[in-house]
Design a protein around this ligand. Sequence first.
Ligand code: BES
Ligand code: MN
Ligand code: MN
Length: 463
Amino acid sequence: MKKTQDFIQKNQQRFLDELFELLRIPSISADPEHKGDVKKGAELVAQHLIEAGADNVEVCETAGHPIVYGEKIIDKDLPTVLVYGHYDVQPADPIELWDSPAFEPVIKKTDIHPEGAIFARGACDDKGQMFMHIKAFEAMSKSGEMPCNVKFMIEGEEEVGSENLGIFIKEQKEKLAADIILVSDTGIISNEHPSITTGLRGLSYVEIEVVGPNRDLHSGLYGGSVANPINVLSNMIAQLHDDKHKITIPGFYDKVEILSDEERAEMARAPYDEDEYKASIDIKDVQGEEGYSTRERGSIRPTLDVNGMWGGYIGEGAKTVLPSAAFAKISMRLVPHQDPDEITEQFKTYFESIAPDSVTVKVKPHHGAIPAVTPIDSNGYIAASNAMEKSFGKKPIPLRSGGSIPIVALFEQVLGLKTVLMGFGLNSDAIHSPNEHYGVFNFNKGIETIPYFFEEFAKLEKQ
Ligand code: BES
Ligand code: MN
Ligand code: MN
């Protein structure tokens, strides 16, 4: 793939400039005020696919945000790679914590990224990583070196649960026929230690409302004699873990996949430095489920976390008030064999059962995600491993991730296709946080690696 790699080398600067233009669009899928921007994001992605040489490019409307489709079928007898990614991003809040504006991309050097990193919302998750595929495709197609057919499906609702993409893939099974799905929306251990993600956690997400008195009360006149919804909610949340940091919801662990000692030993061989981990996020100590390592707690074990909690007075100074209601958003990360709907139901039953009579508790379920695991003995995995070995000069390590990509499990259920999670981000890239960034090295490395994947996959499928 000499011509392709030369093309990539020569066009590096242009690729970055084009990515910057995409990063300037605040395509925040969660915020209705940005609906028009999400659409603009879809249109720009479509335009890039056309310019890169894709055929039948469409911006497919859905009940929510559009899905961009495009394809290049060069020979029906060649294998087909379906590339999935997302152009929507998380909200930039809290915006005051950004060192430079979230939608004005700039390159700055960091300790971890001495060649520079692109700072912007979506730089890593997932515009930067998704865009690598469009540019790698452009390089292959303009160099006349396409080892496989390719289809692109780039959505605008990943960050809000991919509900409409689920419907889309059920309706478009034929159009989406392929041999493998390729996704860059995960990470590697470090630039020195490449890895391939072999599992994603699932998700159950609930919103809670605890209501006490019919109005805010004077905390002197009523305090002590009326249940305070924030106190009650805090107490109920505290009961969701025991002193060994196990989740107390009855049945919660019943279906959890138990890994063999060999599998756990294999996992423990991946490079990891706990002191470095602590230093990178400025914590004095880690905390989690007894009997498991930090790595395990963050990938093969389920979790329950409060994502936000509010109620009462949070303005300047002190206001003495006994609030009438309290709220929280809780996520549970799930591991293989746990079912999101079942877990949500178990949560609701248990949470309502521990509520005192002094308040009314409502549990509202949000989107969920089914956990996913990907095999390491498939052509897709081997192709990714060979491709990364070529570009990094080192064989990547298989590793499960703690994050979720809701559609991956559905790809298997609905389309019958395995997914390869060949991402290039780093945990330190601050995705979903202020100052999200993506290494220029990682962006270029991704564009370099993808054509090798196509080449290796075509070779393996022919055998
Ligand atoms: N790309 C991430 C997931 C991810 C990141 C997986 C890094 C592995 C490594 C994705 O965009 C994401 O943020 N997913 C959400 C789920 C969604 C339902 C909001 C998540 O994991 O919180
Ligand atoms: Mn993502
Ligand atoms: Mn994300």
